[in-house]
Write a protein that binds this ligand. Sequence first.
Ligand code: AHR
Length: 506
Amino acid sequence: MTDVTITLDPSSRIGAVPRRLFGGFVEHLGRHIYDGIHEPGHPSADADGFRQDVIELVRELGVSTIRYPGGNFVSGYRWEDGVGPREDRPTRLDLAWHSIETNEVGLHEFSTWLEKVGSDLMLAVNLGTRGIEEAVDLLEYANVPGGTTLSERRRDNGRDEPFAVEMWCLGNEMDGPWQLGHLDADSYGRLASRTAHAMKLVDPAITTVACGSSSRDMDTFGTWERTVLGHAYDNVDYLSCHAYYEERDGDRAAFLASGEHMARFIDEIIVAADHVKALKRSDKTIQISFDEWNVWYMNRPAPGSFSGTAVDEFAHAPRLLEDQYTVLDGVVFGSLLITLLRHCDRVTSASLAQLVNVIAPIMTEPGGPAWRQTTFYPFALTSRLARGVALRVPVSSGTFSAAKLGEVADVDAVATWDQDAGAASVFVVNRALDGSRDVSVDVSGLGAVAVEEAHLLADGDLDAANTLDDPERVSTVALEGATVADGILTFTLPAVSWAAVSLTLS
Ligand code: AHR
């Protein structure tokens, strides 16, 4: 007997799958840059000091655009510190993460690394301790071909061609009281608007991202969006949002429903943004940049996280936010990707926070190996297989009770269809804790199809994880028994599992 039916109809289009949905985020934080991507003494380090084992894993992950250099870090950052001869670069206190920043890696080095991993740069400007002038200076340095003091300084520093950065974040989480230079919505909305206006006078081809809410739980959520866009609507293209999920108080059902929480958050942001659109009678539609999302155990600090605040406790590249992800985390993570894909008509950019060592799909040990966390697999598979257009797929399944979210469907899914390539993919999660579900997907609307690949993330031990000692304990396995007969794709999903099935069309 089938427990779940899904219908795949090529006419139920959500929108083209934006490559930027599979973006990442690299912050100067903990061991992300130093002893993460950059470790000159490591056996795999290249001539620039970048670990090639990490480069290979980032390439395999399939990350499009990478947001840099923060995060909270950017709100105290002076971009000039990170350019020019290395021996002249200052060592600073990083107040956001209570660390020492040596500035060995800055814009040029990071851009070199991006070329090696095959990703594009998305830059954030500091609107915490700095303002319009410094933002415009950085843009001039990065994007103006030459003939001005700052663009010529870039060329003197070894980069003849402009960095040509297209997407620019106007600060980071400026709604958060923890943020250096935190502002109220009116002050930030005015500053974001003026900064974006000035930046577009330098380079009209850029797109700008105003800070939205740093979580759906912020008291200011909703009014922040309305107020900021009220000031900045005409000068910005995107509104950002951030969300991190974790299992709290042992409530696995609520954690498994995180994708539903994310969906409601996105829908509410759309309402807020379109409310301002209506007030302004604007023809422009603001896009969403979900530029921080992940599982993050904020309430269960990872070992090694700092707790002190004394001035002698600032450290260079300390172990911060080094969460170890379980199978359960990987399944929830996969469900978040399904939610993002299902909203890709409005969420046209997203950044997994973060990439290496810091709440990351990739971990490293200094002088030692690099390995994949459980979250690596859903990201890499979705980034590789989600092509063409995203399709809304109605799912008929049972439900489970998920605390404040009420009844939530056991199974959630989305599909993609690439007519030109003759391919389609289905991404599906079973969030039920009580057992497996037999799934049948009506794919008859695609014509004749055959299963090309079928991958499953599941484990009898939901707490299983990859570690330094056992780096390959968890990986995806073949989803056995995924077959198509008479236009119906069938398979069985174990309790708490995520799967991706790709089809070839004939
Ligand atoms: O990703 C870690 C931190 O989370 C970022 O620095 C900040 O923007 C958010 O609060």
